[in-house]
Design a protein around this ligand. Structure first.
Ligand SMILES: Nc1nc2c(c(=O)[nH]1)N[C@H]1C(S)=C(S)[C@@H](COP(=O)(O)OP(=O)(O)OC[C@H]3O[C@@H](n4cnc5c(=O)[nH]c(N)nc54)[C@H](O)[C@@H]3O)O[C@H]1N2
Ligand SMILES: Nc1nc2c(c(=O)[nH]1)N[C@H]1C(S)=C(S)[C@@H](COP(=O)(O)OP(=O)(O)OC[C@H]3O[C@@H](n4cnc5c(=O)[nH]c(N)nc54)[C@H](O)[C@@H]3O)O[C@H]1N2
Ligand SMILES: [Mo]
Length: 771
């Protein structure tokens, strides 16, 4: 396997969402080495050996005791019950019979296959593709639309700029590194998040591009409650904003620029619609409130002089307004994105190299990497004949309130009545908000089926748990849309216990239900992988053909993917000629006022960007029963809840609990010291966490990242004794427009925990499973 000298002797090429690596398995342990071509390999690679930790793996099919004995039906014991081991034939027969009963008795609209979640890297074994292909063969299911990542932005962007280009293909990094004079980073560009990209990241380039921009003299302003949301080496000016108030800050920047006559009147006239309406709002023509720097200072905690100075700097230089995805993962999350776009329009630099705005730089390794101009090898999912769907973050509402009406992006819709929930490759007890409510919701269906690798909270709330292999135990193709290489993901280890790939599980179910041929298309796993590769290759433009057949590619371990444009400027064509390159908005222009949105009559999302105070800020920070604002951001030490027991994740825990960061002054005011065990409470629940003091946290703010496995084993002490922040968050949509998730911000109190700490049991198997 000698190839370019990059293949390490005895090690096999493989890939994760956080990058390529080489691995060798010795039977008792896995050795993982970063790919030598990756300039900034992710520390998350150290979590990977934990994938083969048998103690946490689901090693055989299991049924929940109450379901096995009592049959299908609503059951509040989900999440508390013991499990009974099944043979594979028993498990397949039970699952197939129940799928068949539900679809025949209630119709396919009674099956929920939304199954949101990241799964693992790998084009063929992509769990969402597998589950959708399977359920589609069975006649379809209720699906989910949107995501937890930018659930508020996607519908908003369609109205405001007519598509998702600012997310999918913003101005590319090399252009920013060369041209941007001032990065105004709202929500930061944290190095922790740029480790990860859905599907993989063959080369981590973001840190290098940022360093290059800084070396050229670019200036950075960080607008965030956490100083480490931008690398220290960039010497950013830190404006520690009150979380949830960015809209006010962005509006005030626009107001100040317009007030001083520094705005680009021409761009606003030729490329935007509705500036007059926005200006009226900025200057208080509608409500008598001028949205100036003094007004914003009182809300944001950033003083007026600083806002005025920043406005002047932005107008004087080539400025990139970067809006992180986190900004929109809270109440009225549509507004900071719209206000940020409006600010970029006022500056008039959209379409110029290094100017304008971008959405998600640093939120993911792929944003700004450019997109491959051809499709990737992809498993066809078939067609879902069921038209019913829900906005993804409304899953608990759907299960709790069948038949209930709700609003979504101009439509009045009704929740379907779900009997069977099927999940593969995601963990709602990681990603959803208010987990106590989610447990009530999961008590409702007749049956819950999950494919899981580990005894996660999702597995523990399922009636049938079918053991899935990890990528290490199967072959696959690894790459992402924004990637620069296709990785031959070689199987590294044999399947653990009786685990099977999702494909093999669905194949067995399909055979039992008489639709095997339809599901497999007559191919086995290896044949599919080979077919996906060869089919992909055959469709490539001739000049991009890698020239390797499957066998040669598999041997080489990797091919570089050519064809990505080296340089891209968002809306360059539109800037040059807005009539020829109309946006897909009703006006063809950027909509600073959307008549369409206004026509919906939503008080929580009016026709132009507006400051709508989130309920979280009904009281000033420091006041009331829950005086702190909790930032529940994505974790630095793992991807979501994946491999929470891995080395990088485990090392950061304090007394085995998730670290909660607090400013030293807030800790002192509570008599707390670093290393203390604390109890965090909110209006919805409570969690134990380990205290870390840091002056990188804005006073009045606490930070507890997502991803500690939900541990409800000592409810008398806390809703979760391990530190999962989603027991604290609220389960409400961003607005009636997008219904996005609002997990990022919650009001909390933090106190010393003085009792006897209960053990963390999240990483032990449930009752009935031999450890
Ligand atoms: N409070 C709060 N909550 C949040 C967020 C926040 O900012 N704040 N962020 C949200 C965001 S942006 C996201 S994207 C979501 C992420 O939410 P998820 O994507 O649901 O989280 P993961 O932990 O990645 O869950 C993936 C699950 O799939 C399993 N898995 C992996 N590979 C396979 C496979 O091949 N087959 C099968 N069957 N299973 C597999 C893993 O074991 C894991 O349990 O969380 C959201 N939740
Ligand atoms: N290591 C790692 N990387 C990841 C992930 C992971 O789980 N682990 N998840 C991936 C996924 S699925 C996604 S969608 C992206 C998420 O990308 P983001 O949504 O951008 O990431 P977060 O870490 O949730 O938030 C980024 C920062 O925003 C700041 N912030 C929060 N609220 C506010 C606010 O109201 N105003 C301002 N100005 N700042 C605020 C917080 O300080 C936080 O650290 O990350 C991806 N990258
Ligand atoms: Mo996400």
């Amino acid at each position: 396997m000698a190839h370019h000298g990059f293949v390490i002797e005895g090690y096999r090429p493989h890939s994760a969402h956080w990058g390529p690596f080489h691995a060798a398995y010795a039977g008792d342990g896995l050795d993982v080495r970063p790919d030598p071509r990756d300039p900034a390999p992710s520390p998350l690679l150290r979590n990977i050996p934990a994938a083969l930790d048998e103690r946490l793996r689901v090693l055989a099919p299991y049924a929940r005791r109450g379901w096995l004995d009592g049959g299908p039906g609503a059951d509040g014991r989900r999440g508390h019950d013991e499990y009974v081991r099944l043979s594979w034939p028993e498990a397949i027969e039970l699952a197939a019979a129940e799928l068949d009963r539900c679809r025949r008795t209630f119709g396919n609209t009674a099956l929920y296959g939304g199954s949101y979640g990241w799964g693992s890297a790998g084009r063929f074994h992509h769990p969402q593709s597998q589950i959708h292909r399977f359920l589609n063969v069975l006649g379809g299911c209720v699906r989910s639309v949107g995501n937890y990542s930018f659930g508020a932005s996607a519908p908003l962007l369609r109205h405001v700029v007519g598509g998702l280009e600012p997310l999918d293909n913003p101005t590319s990094w090399p252009v920013l590194a060369e041209h941007t004079e001032h990065f105004v980073c709202v929500g930061g560009m944290p190095a922790k998040n740029a480790q990860v990209n859905a599907g993989g990241a063959a080369r981590h380039t973001v840190p290098g591009h940022l360093r290059a921009a800084r070396a050229r003299g670019a200036r950075f302003t960080l607008i965030s409650p956490l100083r480490d949301d931008l690398a220290a080496e960039l010497d950013a000016e830190w404006l520690p904003v009150v979380p949830g108030t960015d809209t006010a800050l962005l509006l005030a920047l626009s107001q100040t620029i317009v007030d001083r006559g520094l705005h680009d009147e021409n761009f606003l006239r030729t490329h935007c619609t509705g500036f007059d309406r926005l200006r009226d709002y900025l200057f208080g023509a509608d409500d008598g409130v001028v949205k100036d720097a003094a007004w914003a200072a009182a809300l944001t905690g950033i003083d007026a002089a600083t806002i005025v100075r920043l406005a002047g700097q932005m107008a004087a230089r080539r400025t990139m307004v970067t809006l992180s995805w986190s900004l929109q993962r809270s109440r009225h999350g549509e507004q900071p994105v719209w206000a940020g776009i409006a600010l970029a329009c006022v500056l008039g630099q959209i379409g110029l190299p290094g100017g304008g705005f971008g959405h998600g730089y640093g939120s993911s390794a792929g944003v700004g990497e450019g997109s491959l101009p051809y499709p990737l090898p992809t498993l066809p999912q078939g067609r879902n004949p069921v038209e019913e769907y829900i906005p993804v973050a409304r899953v608990a509402d759907m299960l709790l309130e069948p038949g209930q009406e709700y609003d979504f992006d101009g439509q009045r819709r009704r929740y379907p009545g779900i009997r069977l929930v099927y999940w593969a490759g995601g963990n709602p007890f990681h990603h959803h908000q208010d987990l106590t409510r989610l447990r009530r919701a999961f008590a409702r269906p007749d049956t819950v089926i999950a494919h899981e690798q580990f005894w996660t909270a999702m597995a523990r709330h399922a009636d049938l748990v079918l053991p899935a292999t990890t990528t290490l135990e199967r072959d696959d193709l690894g790459c992402a849309r924004q990637d620069s290489a296709l990785i031959a993901m070689h199987r590294v280890a044999p399947p653990l216990g009786e685990a099977r790939s999702d494909f093999a599980i669905f194949r067995a179910l399909a055979a039992e239900l008489g639709v095997e041929q339809e599901f497999t298309g007559g191919r086995g796993e290896r044949e599919w992988i080979e077919h996906l590769y060869e089919d992909w290759r055959a469709r490539l433009p001739g000049e991009l053909d890698p020239g390797l057949d499957f066998a040669a590619f598999w041997q080489a371990g990797r091919i570089e993917l050519p064809g990505k444009p080296a340089r891209h400027v968002l809306y360059e064509d539109f800037r040059a000629d807005p009539r020829r390159h109309r946006l897909s908005t009703p006006s063809g222009l950027i909509e600073l006022y959307s008549a369409e949105i206004a026509s919906y009559g939503y008080a929580d999302c009016p026709g132009h960007p507006a400051w709508l105070a989130p309920e979280e800020l009904a009281e000033p920070l420091g006041d009331g029963e829950f005086p702190l604002l909790l930032v529940a951001n994505n974790p630095a030490t793992r991807l979501h809840s994946q491999l929470d027991h891995g080395a990088t994740s485990a090392e950061a825990k304090v007394h085995g609990r998730e670290p909660l960061r607090l400013h030293p002054d807030d800790a002192a005011a509570r008599g707390l010291a670093g290393g203390d065990l604390v109890r965090v409470t909110s209006a919805t629940g409570s969690a134990l966490a380990g205290l870390v003091l840091s002056d990188a946290v804005r006073p009045g703010v606490a930070q507890l990242s997502t991803g500690a496995w939900f541990d409800p084993s000592a409810p008398e002490v806390a809703t979760c004794v391990h530190g999962n922040p989603n027991v604290l968050t609220r389960d409400v949509g961003t607005s009636r427009l997008a219904q996005g998730c609002t997990g990022q911000l919650t009001r909390v109190q933090v106190e010393a925990f003085t009792g006897t700490p209960p053990p963390v049991r999240a990483h032990e198997p449930p009752r009935g499973v031999d450890a």
